[in-house]
Ligand binder design. Sequence first.
Ligand code: MG
Length: 383
Amino acid sequence: MEDIVLLGCSGSIGLQTIDVCYKQNDFHIVGVSLNSKIDVLEEQLKYLPYLKWVAIESKDSYLAFKNKHPEYICLNSTNCSLELLKAAKYTKVVNSIVGFNGLLPSILSLQLNKILCLANKESLVIGGDLIKEELKKGHGKLYPIDSEHVALAKLLKNVNREEISKMIITASGGSLRDYPLDKFNQISVEDVLNHPTWNMGKRITIDSSTMVNKGFEFIEASYLFDFDIENIDVLINDESLVHSALLFKDHSYLFEVGPSDMRVPISYALNETRRVNMDFKEVDFNKKCSINFRKFDYDRYPLFSLVLDTFKLKGTAMAFFNGVDEQAIKYFLEKKINFVELIDFIKSTIKNDMILISDPSIENLIYVDKKAREIVDNKLKGK
Ligand code: MG
């Protein structure tokens, strides 16, 4: 039995983690954190029999929950996940916080020598060097919960790395993969949120449509597997059944194929790279089943190359990029800017307003994230 702290319990990965822990019964979730959605937590309580600590960011939600549930130790502060990590007793952390807010909890988890199951890819995208530093010092362990990276970790077991010529990260193509390019100015928020193969949170669904998410995954893979980003490629698989691939020097491939269900990667991370029984349907190749690939269309996803170019600037470049992306998406979701304006806005802001500090400390990253958001607000307020 292992005690788990789940950060970001009310989001998509959070809910699926609760499901995996409840069914596998080897993992006891003893602490959760969330922003404000206590109605979602309320629904989950029956699947959280070992819960003791509840950290809630919003003061109103905290007070409402605490009054109704005196049986839990309730915490409330602006970064209540950090408080929870320090207060609770546990061995593993699942970090499924969305965006920049996941970075500090990831670093603290490692500093506290915990096993970190990481769904928050921004931790590596923005603070990859700081995370690697902690791991190098022997603080904690890290297992990714991103479907592509779990696939790559599986593929990399028992292969000779010297024989690999490329790592291939697959993509679904996102919600706009078939949308006519000449009609992009008509794209609605609803079009973008309608993902063809995965059911995910709003920010990542939008980042999938622009392929910012895929660019982030390249960076994530390069940190996780010490692999040169120049030797990583992307390939679109329509069905999201191929989760990634390796191409070898003799031109043969290894593909990782499985259901498009995030509970598989969650379980693999929680079990520290052990495969265990899952209770849902396998991919049945006896029935009609096809696997189709298509070439990555760089015109359709201009932000993809921008992510990779920005990453090359090092320092605080990705903190700036992420801050701009996260904040601008809020305006898109509120329908204050349209999709084409969102893309153009991100492009021009990265080009003209970049704040670059080399060898950044955590304080530098926090500063640049805050500044990036202020720049977006100043430019878009009144929209
Ligand atoms: Mg992914």
